[in-house]
Design a protein around this ligand. Structure first.
Ligand SMILES: [Zn+2]
Length: 448
């Protein structure tokens, strides 16, 4: 402790890598835990809220919320990075969901509930990273003076400084079940590597708490990223952790329906600007003029493009936009960037044509929403009843009619029996000696 205080910047560097688990960018571990806890508080009363309110499942939810980053740590396995990367994305998570559905009948046993909570945590992690990177981090790149090299870890320091220490959960990881899923996608991995990765993340949380208590680290973060530091916990800052939590709780609602074979609740989780809002910036050189759509399912990059999206003013005049599926295949986030300035005091409508294809071969229904560049908000096209109503859709839609929840490309249906033991063996001895060393960086996907 004394050494940390004597050399705060040295430790900031060492802790940084642990904090982000090897990502070049994306949320750090403190943020992931915070987001899931916040999302829990925002669920409408109902069966999902009741399910996750069970304190016995919090351990699984929080461990799942951390899990995907473990393999980015100093884990002694050649496939560790790939295992971590895979666990961030919906194909892996869907395979796990299908394994749960195939393995456990309703009503769920305690064991099944633990898997469901861990799965929902994993889904929160992947969605959170996408929202943070595509929206908040992009704004920091536009508004802050520094490159993003230290972004995630310094934002974790700021979050802990503002919101308080993160409670560090004990390790809980269903490594044998996760191995089955890795097997199903053809990736060799080991239980020990999974356990080591989770141990690294737990250590990272403790170290982030310590680092955030060092005033020099907070000052450094504020000087490096002044806009992001000032806006990290602002719900008005797009992609901030509070916004991530709002998206995550909707994603949980979607995934909860899928867990119950109820089909897809909505094709779109969230938009910026929000449906029926005012004062959207008109300057096309300002990132705040971007229009962002977060889809409920990962999109197939080869099957989507600008043709599916239309931005028109109130006279139906189209506005040219450039299109970006952030992170490409599997991603949920699409940016539409106006390539000319918008007109003041005008209502615009965004339309997503039906027919977008997901990586699970689902075909999505269309979507539309409107906003104004003036001070008066237009009536929204949609309402939030779907999200705020505790009752799920009553009848499972016919997939052949709706095109939703079609066959996954992952097939784990031949996996029988329970493989849910959760060994709590200590991390490998060599690992403890490595905890202060910088981690390898996450291999970034090229933006597309
Ligand atoms: Zn991550």
């Amino acid at each position: 402790m004394l050494l940390q205080r004597a050399k705060p910047l040295f430790f900031a560097g060492a802790l940084a890598s642990l904090a982000l688990g090897g990502h070049a960018h994306a949320n750090g571990q403190a943020s992931h835990v915070w987001i899931s806890k916040r999302a829990l508080t925002e669920l409408p009363e109902g069966e999902l809220d009741t399910f996750l309110a069970d304190p016995a499942l919090t351990l699984m939810l929080l461990n799942g919320s951390m899990y995907p980053d473990g393999g980015y740590g100093p884990v002694d396995h050649p496939n560790a990075h790939e295992a971590a990367e895979s666990a961030h994305w919906e194909p892996y998570q869907d395979a796990y969901r299908r394994w749960i559905m195939d393995t456990y009948d309703q009503p769920w046993s305690t064991e099944a509930k633990e898997h469901v909570a861990f799965y929902l945590g994993m889904s929160a992690h992947g969605m959170g990273d996408q929202v943070f990177d595509s929206m908040f981090m992009q704004r920091s790149a536009a508004f802050d003076p520094s490159p993003l090299d230290d972004f995630d870890q310094l934002m974790d320091y700021i979050l802990v400084d503002r919101a308080g220490d993160t409670e560090v959960p004990q390790d809980w990881v269903p490594e044998e079940s996760l191995l089955l899923i890795y097997d199903s996608i053809g990736l060799a991995y080991t239980s020990q590597a999974i356990l080591d990765g989770q141990a690294v993340l737990r250590a990272a949380l403790s170290l982030i708490n310590a680092a955030a208590s060092v005033p020099a680290n907070i000052t450094n973060a504020e000087d490096t990223y002044p806009w992001a530091s000032a806006n990290l916990l602002e719900v008005s800052a797009e992609g901030s952790p509070p916004v991530e939590a709002a998206v995550v709780r909707r994603y949980w609602q979607v995934n909860w329906d899928l867990l119950h074979d109820r089909g897809l609740r909505r094709p779109v989780l969230y938009t910026f600007p929000y449906d029926g809002t005012a004062n959207h910036p008109i300057d096309s050189s300002n990132i705040e003029s971007w229009i962002t759509i977060v889809f409920s399912r990962g999109l197939d990059a080869s099957a989507v493009g600008n043709d599916f999206f239309l931005l028109v003013d109130e006279d139906q005049n189209p506005v040219p936009t450039s299109y970006q599926l952030f992170y490409g295949n599997d991603s949920h986030v699409v940016h539409l960037k106006p390539t000319q300035d918008l007109t003041p005091d005008t209502v615009y409508t965004v339309t997503v044509d039906p027919g977008l294809t997901t990586v699970h071969d689902e075909v999505l229904e269309g979507w539309s929403f409107r906003f104004s560049t003036g001070a008066v908000a237009p009536d929204p096209i949609n309402d939030d009843d779907d999200w705020d109503n505790p009752d799920p859709p009553p009848d499972p839609p016919d997939p052949s009619e709706t095109g939703t929840e079609g066959g996954s490309t992952q097939d784990t249906s031949d996996e029988g029996g329970c493989a849910c033991s959760t060994r709590r063996s200590p991390p490998s001895p060599w690992l403890l000696g490595l905890l202060a060393l910088p981690l390898a960086r996450r291999r970034r996907r090229p933006l597309s």
